[in-house]
Design a binder for this molecule. Structure first.
Ligand code: PMP
Length: 288
């Protein structure tokens, strides 16, 4: 497997990070997870924009332009002759010393991994997911804004451990004030009275690319949509709940904390959006 590593394509065994890289020492860096459908990189521009926005938010200057970054992604995909793949694009602060000072890191480290995608089994989409509320709260936005897709994912990992301990695939993370924020690696939506509702990202959630796509599809179908602060009680009493994410796409939720959602089956609007999303992945993106 070829990896893009600081401007060159190298074999995976040669793509090695220094122990002094602040991405490793401090989680100081940003990343993106992108997906290709056939030879179409889904919403490539949006992912690249988010990467540069995340970098800006941590005052990390990515040393190559967005155009060059897209070229690098395409070059890596072609070198591995990959279709239907998952792209991990990472920019770290780079090699520094053992102190926190980012000024000691002269040059950001950039690497791109393109690999096959690990999907949830089909039955999860047919039947829907059974999930829980995590004990771990989402990072407080004034401490570390969840809109920054940083290499510091420990908050999410702790909530993922909550999910694993409960025997579920995902967990809902609440803000410190007890509002629904998102899941460990997905955004969350609910449908009630045929209206689509999701929490605003400002309270502490990533502005998901799939989230935006789902909102766009709902608007095209004239499904009323709005952002609103949600409590767990709102989700328990929803007619439908679903999650969105690059890997998961749109996936129904049929149980939360052992409580049945709606009639316990994937709902009508969820199924409609799932179908339309699959169609969208065939046309929306950059071809390589
Ligand atoms: N929230 C978190 C915390 C995530 O890590 C992700 C991405 N895996 C998402 C939401 C979904 O974002 P996207 O649709 O851009 O993949």
């Amino acid at each position: 497997m070829k990896i893009y590593f600081n401007g060159k394509l190298v074999n995976s065994g040669k793509a090695l990070i220094s122990v002094f890289d602040h991405g490793l020492l401090y989680g100081d860096g940003v990343f993106e997870g992108i997906r290709t459908y056939g030879c179409l990189i889904f919403r490539m521009k949006e992912h690249i924009d988010r990467l540069y926005k995340s970098a800006d938010a941590i005052e990390l200057k990515i040393p190559i332009t967005k155009t060059k970054m897209i070229e690098a992604v395409v070059k890596t995909l072609k070198a591995n002759s990959l279709k239907n793949s998952y792209i991990r694009l990472v920019v770290t602060r780079g090699v520094g010393d053992l102190g926190l000072d980012p000024r000691k890191c002269r040059k950001p480290t950039i690497f791109i991994i393109t690999d096959t995608i690990k999907l949830y089994p089909k039955e999860f989409y047919d039947r829907g997911l059974d999930i829980i509320t995590a004990h771990t709260r989402r990072n407080y936005p004034k401490a570390l804004d969840p809109r920054i897709k940083s290499l510091n994912y420990l908050n999410n990992i702790l909530a993922k451990i909550d999910a694993i301990k409960a025997g579920t695939e995902e967990a809902i993370m609440l803000t410190c004030d007890g509002y629904v924020a998102e899941c460990t690696g997905d955004n969350i939506f609910m449908v009630k009275n045929r209206e689509l509702i999701t929490p605003p990202v400002e309270i502490g959630a990533l502005k998901g690319i799939t989230r935006d796509a789902a909102i766009g599809l709902a608007k095209l179908s004239n499904i009323p949509f709005y952002e609103k602060l949600l409590r767990m009680e709102d989700l328990y009493s929803a007619g439908e709940v679903f999650l969105t994410g690059t890997a998961a796409e749109i996936i129904p939720v049929i149980k939360i904390d052992k409580q049945r959602i709606g009639n316990g089956k994937p709902g009508e609007i969820t199924l409609k959006l799932m179908k339309e999303f699959r169609e969208l992945t065939k046309v929306d993106g950059v071809r390589y």
